[in-house]
Design a protein around this ligand. Structure first.
Ligand code: GLC
Length: 481
């Protein structure tokens, strides 16, 4: 099958969050399936362009019509990749190539990614790569199925389009004028993009794509409700027949405690007792916490954003440190008030609390390995990847039972068995604390059970092999095969 994957970020070239990880592993997993041809199209951001480890050759150039604008596009093929995925970068100095800093957040993001979506379709034509299936992701490429239906249909008569929602919070809202000024689509496409007289590009994708997926089965169900769907519940209910959840995997080659170059000691599910103890001691030393092998080390690697459940953690933090003998280590950056909270908390309890307000992938790996208990009380979580990383490294998760957390971390019973971690159902601080206390009790008073839970967690198959097969099933369904 000929597949084109379109996204605004993909590791290792450009990544701001989980979408970037998925765009690293999913194309590779699809390319491993015999008979598949996979192309991945990404913007040519300045930081990719400036990076000498990504050699490219130019393979096409043309102009993209965007309303009254004619914008240049250069197509560059990455030459160094050997795993069967053809990576193409879309070059435009104005939209991507000359901008410093974060990849999103500019005032003209709507226009930038409308350009990217259209340029991708033009690029496929220029490359004479007419795929069976286009898979596009999140609001940034949500105009792809709309353009495909409205304007590119004759060039792609047999191509089907899957649209994947990684997070419904960011929908691609624009002023109503955007429709004529930037998109210049035939008027009959106004209604699929219109929401309260503004343009909502994610709505357009849900209505025009052949299938819509999201990144876990529970999140697919949750999206039917206003609490989770941020206004799009009606659109999703009306299109429920098209919506499926496929739970993400993780890159089990990168995230492998037996080989991870970031770790001071290596281990597997047989040897983790000594391996993890060595990683824990080294981690405590590295971050300046007392090296105490039997004090439970609670860890969190996260963006410091409200929906990650930080309000719950802040609420119980003092009680936790005063009532329970434990250490708390947090790595991440984000909203200033959370950064300040954890820095102040560290200043108050320097022997118990450590806040690393930075982005550091190697330290993140050492935290997955050196921690005992992984906290992820997210208010909502489409899938979440770090709970799977943590389990792969033998760190027991405590999670809010929502979205992908519910699907990947079934809760244990009262004996700490028949599950993979500790869960709480309703989003409140007491319930979170309750789940955490049950976990601490197992750690302190039933260490053998805790060890066997760690073992079970490490035994799970979180690889992309099965999810990639599920994507293939849906691709075949779209193609009527
Ligand atoms: C988004 C979601 C996260 C998911 C990731 C990859 O970042 O918030 O839950 O794991 O996308 O699909």
């Amino acid at each position: 099958m000929k597949i084109a994957i379109l996204a605004s970020e993909g590791a290792p070239y450009a990544k701001s969050g989980g979408l970037g990880d998925v765009m690293e592993a999913l194309p590779a997993a699809l390319a491993r399936i015999p008979g598949n041809q996979v192309a991945l199209l990404l913007p040519y951001y300045k930081k990719i362009k400036d990076n000498p480890v990504y050699p490219v050759e130019q393979v096409a150039q043309f102009y993209v019509a965007l309303g009254w604008r004619q914008q240049y596009a250069g197509i560059y093929r990455l030459t160094g990749r050997t795993d069967g995925v053809q990576v193409y970068f879309i070059d435009n100095l104005y939209y991507f190539g000359a901008r410093e800093g974060a990849i999103y957040g500019d005032l003209d993001d709507g226009e930038r990614f409308a350009y990217f979506s259209k340029a991708c379709l033009d690029a496929l034509v220029a490359l004479d790569y007419i795929p069976d299936v286009i898979q596009c992701n999140d609001w940034q490429t949500s105009l792809v199925p709309v353009f495909l239906k409205a304007q590119y249909y004759p060039l792609f008569p047999n191509t089907k389009c899957m649209y994947t929602i990684h997070n419904i919070e960011y929908q691609g809202w624009a002023h109503g004028d955007f429709f004529d000024d930037v998109l210049a689509l035939p008027w009959e496409y106004r209604s699929c993009l219109d929401m309260n007289h503004s343009v909502n590009t994610m709505k357009g994708a849900i209505e025009t794509a052949d299938l819509v997926t999201t990144v876990s089965e529970s999140y697919a169900r949750e999206l039917m409700y206003p609490y989770y769907a941020h206004g799009l519940q009606g659109v999703l209910c009306a299109n429920a027949g098209k919506l499926t959840g496929i739970t993400n995997g993780i890159d089990t080659n990168t995230f492998n405690p037996q080989t991870d170059p970031a770790l001071p000691a290596h281990y597997n599910s047989q040897s983790f007792a000594t391996g993890k103890a060595a990683c824990k001691a080294a981690l405590q030393e590295e971050v300046g916490l007392p090296v105490e092998p039997d004090v439970p080390l609670l860890v969190m690697v996260t963006r410091l954003a409200g929906h990650k459940g930080l309000d719950l953690l802040c609420h119980i933090a003092r009680q936790l440190i005063e009532q329970e003998t434990c250490q708390l280590l947090i790595l991440g950056t984000g909203e200033a008030h959370y950064e300040q909270f954890f820095l102040d908390f560290q200043a108050e309890f320097p022997d118990r609390v450590c806040a690393k307000i930075t982005f550091n992938l190697a330290l993140a790996a050492r935290i997955y390995a050196g921690g005992d208990i992984y906290l992820m009380p997210s208010k909502s979580e489409p899938c979440g990847l770090s709970q799977m990383n943590a389990m792969r490294y033998g760190t027991v998760p405590v999670v809010h039972a929502t979205g992908g957390l519910r699907d990947t971390v079934p809760g244990v019973d009262e004996n700490g068995q028949n599950g993979l971690g500790f869960t709480f159902q309703s989003y409140n601080a007491d319930d979170f604390f309750g789940a955490l206390k049950r976990c601490l009790d197992l750690y302190r008073n039933h260490r053998e059970c805790f060890r066997s839970l760690q073992y079970t967690d490490m035994q799970q198959d979180f690889s992309w092999d099965k999810p990639a097969e599920r994507y293939m099933e849906l691709f075949r369904r779209m193609l009527g095969q």
